[in-house]
Design a binder for this molecule. Structure first.
Ligand SMILES: Cc1ncc(COP(=O)(O)O)c(C=O)c1O
Length: 244
């Protein structure tokens, strides 16, 4: 009688398990269960060809900690798993998470539609810093998606809100705002600082883009492993997708 080997079934882990373990694999050399802190700026290459492949993004691996570091990559994969995103980029502060998001989405001559109920530092970033760089923002003092719709201009490149406003506590109508943003072909960017993905998150319904300030440090992404990226709640990416 011939024996057949069935493939290992794909496991789907619950939120609490993923909160502890997503992105981490036991250390192959020493068996450490927790993700080690890799305190290194640089990583060695096997040879010149290996370095060339890494720099040409032909191969996944680490080059330099500002670009990618295994500890930060594990954190990013964990956040992506918990938020139901297709990936995550960690930054040293919430303000830098916002800045890299705006840097990716807008340039001189562009326009942002934002809630008027935002954290003070975000208002300053939009109203002072980005305005100095030639990016205009219209702040909408309302939670009605219709009021956001009328603030749109042809040069609007993003709609920005906080899922729970700080300090107002106002709850954003993400469903309605996502519809308005997508109607104009731009991403809805959600600052989810005051929320926890166990209760609510920008990617748990039809959202397109999210900045989640507060992560640890540095930058760099790793592709989420199949096991950890399976989030039954999520339907779209948290950081990377855009309707364009
Ligand atoms: C809603 C919100 N967004 C962004 C930030 C900025 O985060 P950070 O202080 O890490 O730069 C804060 C800080 O309290 C915040 O409450």
């Amino acid at each position: 009688m011939s024996e057949t080997t069935s493939p290992t079934p794909e496991r789907s882990f619950g939120f609490r398990t993923r909160a502890l373990h997503a992105g981490g694999t036991p250390d192959a050399q020493h068996g450490a269960r927790a993700v080690p802190i890799y305190q290194t700026t640089s990583f060695v290459f096997d040879d010149a060809a290996d370095a060339a492949n890494l720099f040409a993004l032909q191969k996944y691996g680490n080059i330099y900690s500002r670009i990618g570091n295994p500890t930060v990559a594990a954190f990013e994969e964990r956040i992506a798993s918990l938020e139901g995103g297709i990936g995550a980029v960690a930054t040293a502060s919430g303000m830098s998470a916002e800045f890299i998001t705006f840097a990716a989405l807008v340039g001189a001559g562009d326009h942002v539609v934002a809630s008027a109920q935002l954290y003070g530092g975000t208002v300053t970033q939009l109203d002072v810093t980005l305005r100095r760089f030639g990016v205009e923002t219209t702040f909408v003092p309302s939670s009605e998606p219709e009021d956001y719709r009328v603030a749109f201009r042809p040069e609007t490149k993003a709609l920005y809100v906080e899922i729970i406003g700080n300090p107002s506590g106002e709850i954003a109508d993400l469903e309605g705002l996502a519809a308005v943003a997508h109607e104009h072909g731009v991403p809805l960017v959600v600052d989810a600082t005051l929320a926890t993905p166990i209760w609510c998150g920008p990617s748990s319904t039809a959202r397109t883009s999210s900045s989640t300030p507060r992560p640890s440090s540095s930058a760099g992404t790793a592709p989420p492993s199949a096991a950890w990226s399976s989030n039954p709640v999520a339907s779209t990416g948290a950081t990377a997708s855009s309707p364009r």
